[in-house]
Every structure is written in structure tokens, then in C-alpha cells.
Design a protein around this ligand. Structure first.
Ligand SMILES: Nc1nc2c(c(=O)[nH]1)N[C@H]1C(S)=C(S)[C@@H](COP(=O)(O)O)O[C@H]1N2
Ligand SMILES: [Mo]
Length: 212
């Protein structure tokens, strides 16, 4: 992703020129897979990857998810404990703000509603944000009201299979209707806070309420 200043114009140019190119050269049959027709899931092999650095290798034998901060009941959850919690399936489109047309994938997430985990941890009434920390040093923040929506999930499966390593194994966030930068991969800590903290891209000027 680029600094915000020149990004918009650049993106408009990029998107309109690629759209014209695609429409000009391809017939409807060829265009359909590019557009990832909403009915079909995107195969793992053509799911885009965007990240600030390398892919960390998270070792399950010493993996714990810490839930702490302004909570009454801090948690240390193993992968097994996460897998044993009530789960939901959510059909979703993950989309990167830097090229929403091509950097998108249709995915069915399986995971634990984030609200379930937060309710176990009992946020203080003054809590306003949840900041996720990831194994690659990435951070992302969610307002607590968004974290509590029933389809915001801590996902451990995509399309019925454990998350591919490059897409966040063992667990990542899925935040339907919000930009991809909120979908933190390789999550190791959820920090509940009464401060208005910002994550990595949010602090560089990307929308904090990251509605698409
Ligand atoms: N840990 C971590 N999570 C991350 C990122 C990252 O750099 N590190 N990039 C974000 C961005 S900008 C996007 S668009 C999505 C891309 O997810 P994908 O690579 O699984 O498609 O991951 C998000 N989650
Ligand atoms: Mo992104």
C-alpha cells in the first residue's frame, strides 16, 4: 500500500485503465474469473497476498492467544481451546483498499465470533478499542462496537480447511464489510483498551472506521 496522498489519483487511473484493458481484450467468459463471480469461492491459488513483510512461521506447540488490557478476566487461549469454542461460518469478500478490483477473494470463514472471546474476557465499560498484535509485528485496531458484531470472527479455517500459512495460520481476523487491513493475520494478542489507539495502516491515515 502507498502513502495516502498520491494513492487515490493513482488508484483511479490504475483501476480505470485496467478495467478498460480487460473489457477491451476479453470476452465475457474470460472476464468472469477475473471478477470472481460472487457465487464461486476463490481458489487458494489465486487468492491475493498483501502483507508488510515476510510470512511468519507460527509454531502451534507454544502458540497462545493473549486477551488482555482493560478486561476483568485476561485470557491465554491455546489453539485447541479456540477450536473447541462455539463457531460460525461467514461468507465474505476480503478486499485490499489499494486495489479493490483485483485484490479480492471470496472466502467462507470458520471461526469464533470475536464477541464470544471478548465477553469471556469482560471488557471494562470504558473500553473503546481492540488492538490486535500479529507475529510479524503488524497491528490493526477495531472499535469495540465492530469487534462485537456477530459476524466479526477470529477465523481458523478458510473454505473448510485450516488457514493457509500465508493467509494467517493459525488464526486471523475476518471483518466483513470492512477493508482487508483490518483482517489481521497470525494474531497473537488482542489488547482491549479505553484509549483511542490506531493500528499500522490506521496510524498512516487509512480510515479507522474501515467500511468499504
Ligand atoms: N499480520 C498481518 N496481517 C495483515 C497484513 C499484514 O501485513 N500483516 N496486511 C493486511 C492487509 S493490508 C490485507 S489487504 C490483508 C490481505 O490478506 P491476504 O494476504 O490473506 O489476502 O491482510 C491484512 N492483514
Ligand atoms: Mo490491504
Amino acid at each position: 500500500m502507498k502513502p495516502l496522498s498520491d494513492r487515490r489519483t493513482f488508484l483511479k487511473l490504475l483501476v480505470s485503465s485496467t478495467t478498460l484493458l480487460a473489457l477491451g481484450r476479453l470476452g465475457a467468459d474470460q472476464l468472469a474469473p477475473l471478477l470472481h463471480a460472487p457465487k464461486g469461492l476463490t481458489p487458494f491459488s489465486s487468492w491475493y497476498v498483501v502483507q508488510i513483510g515476510g510470512t511468519p512461521n507460527v509454531n502451534l506447540s507454544n502458540y497462545v492467544l493473549t486477551v488482555d488490557g482493560d478486561v476483568e478476566n485476561p485470557l491465554q487461549l491455546t489453539y485447541e481451546e479456540i477450536l473447541s469454542m462455539p463457531s460460525v461460518q461467514v461468507k465474505d469478500t476480503i478486499q485490499c483498499v489499494s486495489d479493490p478490483y483485483f485484490l479480492r477473494a471470496e472466502v467462507v470463514w470458520t471461526g469464533v465470533p470475536l464477541s464470544y472471546i471478548l465477553q469471556m474476557a469482560k471488557p471494562s465499560p470504558s473500553a473503546i478499542k481492540v488492538l490486535s498484535y500479529s507475529a510479524d509485528g503488524y497491528t490493526a485496531d477495531l472499535p469495540i462496537w465492530k469487534a462485537m458484531e456477530p459476524d466479526t470472527v477470529l477465523a481458523y479455517m478458510a473454505d473448510g480447511k485450516p488457514l493457509p500459512q500465508v493467509h494467517g495460520y493459525p488464526v486471523r481476523l475476518a471483518v466483513p464489510r470492512w477493508w482487508g487491513y483490518t483482517y489481521a493475520k497470525w494474531v497473537t494478542r488482542l489488547y482491549v483498551t479505553s484509549q483511542n489507539v490506531l493500528g499500522y495502516w490506521e496510524s498512516l491515515g487509512y480510515a479507522d472506521v474501515a467500511r468499504k
